[in-house]
Structure formats: structure tokens, C-alpha cells
Design a protein around this ligand. Sequence first.
Ligand code: FES
Ligand SMILES: [Fe+2]
Length: 385
Amino acid sequence: MQHTTQVALVRELLGHLDAGTTALAENVMRNRVDVYTDRDRLEREWSMIRRTPQYFGLSCRLPEPGSYATDDETGVPVLLARDHDGRFRSFLNVCRHRGSRVASGQGSGRTKFACPYHGWTYDCHGRLVGVPGRESFAGVDLSVRNLVELPAREYGGMLWSALDPSIPLEPDPFLAGLGSELASYGFENYVHYARSTLVRRMNWKMVIDTFLESYHFAVLHPHTVHPIFFPNLSLFEPFGPHLREVFARRTITELRGCPKADWNLVTHTVIIYVLFPSTVLVMQGDHAEIWRVFPDANRPDSSVIHLDFYTPEPAETDSARGHWDRNLELVLRTVEDEDFPTGEGIQSGFRANAQTEVVYGRNEPALQHWQRTVTEELANRTDSP
Ligand code: FES
Ligand SMILES: [Fe+2]
């Protein structure tokens, strides 16, 4: 993030601290409970997710030419690969003979992908280069039976791909002004430290709601988050469908006595980006936590959540590993013992039909933007009923 932006945001936070205020939305927002419970809406949300370019990991997921990884989280089987020129490519993981997956898991050193069913073989550009018993396919134009390649871009150390060849993917318009800010973090040098996958009985949007206000810090997190962060204090800025919000660590008051040239926003805050529709990037001062959140395929009250924990350099000492383990343990304890049980309780309450709407306060502007954007995107989709 540019230093001038950091200074401006620190100023805003300190101003809110002095005044006892926070960023406010223009109005209170009401949202229907059935956005969290309706099965038809779930179908349309899945369609929206699949028609929106997806974040698939930081560059370290494909560390070298010949690296590959498969990904089925969106319900679309995708094969991510780094070709011999080092270029990131993305394909539908679907053999052009009869549709088997051509690869599974992840690995390195692959120059070809041989389908495990009958052995059709593709190179790392997706070209069909081997067909056992080729003479049996006389009359079939095998030259058009390459793997279906998807639009893919590596940008600022982040891997992005659409899930359909017809969906355009240019990072600058897609990221709506956030591209250079994300690129400034140097994610191309980050390494993967740990992954945690959680399945919870709550709507996928409620998982993301969890990240979008600090109003609950003092009440729900008195011993985990509240000692570290000021409650009910946030900054919010929309970037098209995406957003950035900032929560202040209590250490931010130390900046009052420092020259502005030394003000470092990242050290004294947590900066949260929702990269629409379902990625939450949490910049935690000295590391990054990136959440990919998906609905269950069939149930609006269930979701699959992946947390990837990245560090700016490899953890090579016990001391470094201990530091990252404590950070990881704190975030998992907070969400697993506090945020997500609360969300599951809310979801149960929705089933009881106690009310038809929930209300988002003016002090929850990021939450309002996120929920409003999902609803607007669904309304804008021509494939929506
Ligand atoms: S389905 Fe792949 S070779 Fe037959
Ligand atoms: Fe929380």
C-alpha cells in the first residue's frame, strides 16, 4: 500500500479514536433472513460464483515450471499448471476422450498429463500429444481435442482463473482499483505455512459476515481479539464489488509520537479485503491469512471453509515455527470457539422462523456493502430467474 494512503488511513483511525467514532454507512440496512436459507437462491449464488473469476492461491502453489495442482472447490474440476516457460495456465481437468480427470492432487516435475483411464496424454500447454490406438479414432479430428484452457492470470503473486473460457479475465478491471495495492504486499515471495479446512453448519455468506465488522469484538471475543484490537472501530472502502476494511490494533496509539514518515499501517492494524465473491484476504501485520469460502453444493445452511496461512519467508527455526503456530492457533481458536458457533446458532434461529429480517447497523458498512453486492450481482445475472 502506498505510504501516502497508509498515512491517510492512520490519521482517520486516530481521529475516530479521539472522537469515539467509526466509519458509518449512510443508513441502517435490512436484509431478508431467507438470503441465508433459500435453496433457489443457493443455486443462483453457485451460478454467480462460477461465473466470477476465482482466486486459486498465491504463486507458491505452483513453485516452479512443471508444478501442478488440481482444485475442485467450485464444483468445476480445474487443473492449474506452470508450463516450461514459467507461465501459469489453467485448464478444465476433463479428458477430451470420455471425460475422466487427467490429474489429481498436486505435484511437480510434470511435462505431461496422462489420463488414468485410457492413456490419452496432454502436454503442459494442454495439447493432446498421445492417443493409444489412434487408428480406432479415424474420422475424429483429434487436433481440436486439447484440454479446454481457461483464462488465467498471475498478478501480484496471486493466481486467478475464470471457470469458463468465455469469461474475460483482466486483473485491472476485475480488481476494480485494488490491483496495485494487493501487488504492493509482494505475495510472489510468500510461502505456504499451513492449511485448515472447516465444514460448518452456517450459510457461506454468514462465514464472510464474520470478518466484516468489529462491533462484536468486545462482547464475543473478550479474551482473544479484544485485548489486541479496538472494538467498534473500522475503516471501510468499496472497490467495485470488492472491499477493504481496516481494524486498529491497540498499538496504533504509539504512532502519535512518531514522525509520519515512519507510520506503518500494516503493523498496527489488520487489513481485510473481500475479493468478490468468496475470498477473504486478511493482512495480519507480519503474515497473510487467506480464506476461501464456498457454499455446500446442496444446503444453504452449510459451508466449506479453507484457511491458508502464508508467511513472508520460510519458517526455518523452531522459534519462527513457534511464532507462526501461536498465530495460527489464535485465529483458529477465535473462529472455531467463538465466531462460527455463534453463526451456527444464528442459522438454527433462522430455521425457527423467529424473524423475517436481520438488520445491519450504520457501524457495519463493510457488511452492508458485501451483502448488497451479492444481492445486486444475483439480480444482474441474466441467468437468474
Ligand atoms: S477418458 Fe481419458 S483416455 Fe479415456
Ligand atoms: Fe469475530
